[in-house]
Design a protein around this ligand. Structure first.
Ligand code: GDP
Ligand code: ZN
Length: 347
């Protein structure tokens, strides 16, 4: 797909001009020529945003599926609309060159991946909407894998109700096992390359039928992986060519790319290397929820229990000590405590 190439750098930023939205008291009235424009709205998926212009896919999987460039209507000026959102578009939705449709509404989201600039900053930024999986890419070396960063991704995913997956690249450079040991207590699908080959088929099977947001520190090989999974993605690898500037769009914005594989289709949502992953918005209860059996036992915890090692009378700590959670109990409690501590020590 080359729609990114169609976005012209030098165009001024578009915005909504003069369209008014009237409430529609008779939603079910018969269609007439004088109907408000919104009754014509089509549902579309936001694939990417570039300085106020949204590339959306209309009639997804239908006979009239096509890309449309759109701006958001004035009344939505303060509404965040992000990659993955399902929106209602009106106006010229032909997608013909030079046309611009209008986004007049955002459908209810099934998930929201958010981050704050840092842990004390409560202002949240939305990264992607409606993703149901997060694929975390780390390198076995170059750059060194950082367990704390992965923990933060995990916390963000679990908080958003998104299933995490882990891919380890560059296993030709180092053995990933010592690093992976940190995550043994988690219900986490892990994919590692063998003899320098990525298990693309197995990863693809995990992508089919899902919207998966890819996250990873810059340099880990995320773009290489995305390009291997989505051959026409053209994600810039290595670094930006400073002469042509090629790849600047692709590395600075979040885009949805269609995955098509033997196991089916899905969406790969590629994010730029996320530098900070503040967790100021995260709710402790959401992390616990991801550990189903531990969450059940936590109901017997004292009110306000942190479930951390120093928590008095923590029911989970006691259950693990008594061996009631089986051989993996201690490992899982460990993981839970590490994730809880990740954002508990925020200022
Ligand atoms: P991104 O910043 O995460 O998108 O990383 P890139 O995909 O641009 O990759 C960064 C560098 O790592 C590039 O030079 C890649 O060729 C290299 N790379 C990617 N995957 C592997 C791998 O499995 N093994 C090795 N040795 N290098 C890799
Ligand atoms: Zn507890």
């Amino acid at each position: 797909m080359s729609w990114l190439d169609d976005l012209d750098d030098d165009e001024p930023e578009f915005d909504e001009s003069s369209v008014r939205v009237r409430p529609n008291p008779k939603a079910n009235r018969p269609r007439t020529k004088r109907r408000p424009a919104h009754e014509d709205a089509r549902i579309a998926r936001v694939l990417g945003v570039d300085r106020g212009r949204y590339t959306v896919l209309v009639d997804e999987d239908g006979p009239d599926e096509h890309l449309v460039l759109a701006v958001r209507a004035r009344e939505l000026r303060r509404t965040p609309i992000v990659t993955g959102d399902r929106v209602r578009v009106v106006g010229d939705t032909s997608g013909a060159e030079g046309t611009l449709a209008r986004i007049v509404g955002v459908e209810e989201r099934t998930s929201l991946l958010r981050r704050s600039a840092d842990d004390t900053d409560q202002v949240e930024r939305i990264i992607v909407a409606n993703a149901d999986q997060m694929l975390i890419v780390v390198a076995a070396a170059d750059p060194e894998p950082r367990e704390r960063l992965v923990d933060r991704y995990l916390v963000a995913a679990l908080d958003a109700g998104i299933r995490p997956l882990l891919v380890v690249t560059k296993t030709d450079l180092a053995d990933p096992q010592p690093f992976l040991r940190h995550f043994e207590g988690l219900d986490l699908a892990v994919f590692t390359s063998a003899k320098g080959e990525m298990p693309l088929e197995r990863i693809g099977a995990a992508l089919a039928g899902h919207a998966t947001v890819f996250v990873g520190h810059s340099g880990v090989g995320k773009s290489t992986l995305v390009n291997a999974l989505v051959p026409d993605a053209n994600r810039a690898t290595g670094h930006v060519n400073v002469v042509t500037g090629r790849g600047r769009h692709t590395s600075s914005s979040t885009v949805s790319l269609r995955y098509v594989g033997a196991a089916g289709r899905g969406w790969v949502i590629d994010t730029p290397g996320v530098r900070s992953f503040g967790l100021g918005h995260v709710d402790r209860a959401n992390i616990l929820k991801a550990f189903t059996d531990l969450a059940e036992i936590a109901q017997e915890c004292p009110r306000g229990c942190t479930h951390l090692p120093d928590a008095p009378d923590c029911a989970i700590v006691e259950a693990v000590a008594e061996g009631r959670l089986g051989p993996t109990g201690a490992g899982r409690l460990d993981s839970l405590q590490r994730l809880l501590a990740t954002f508990a020590d925020r200022a």
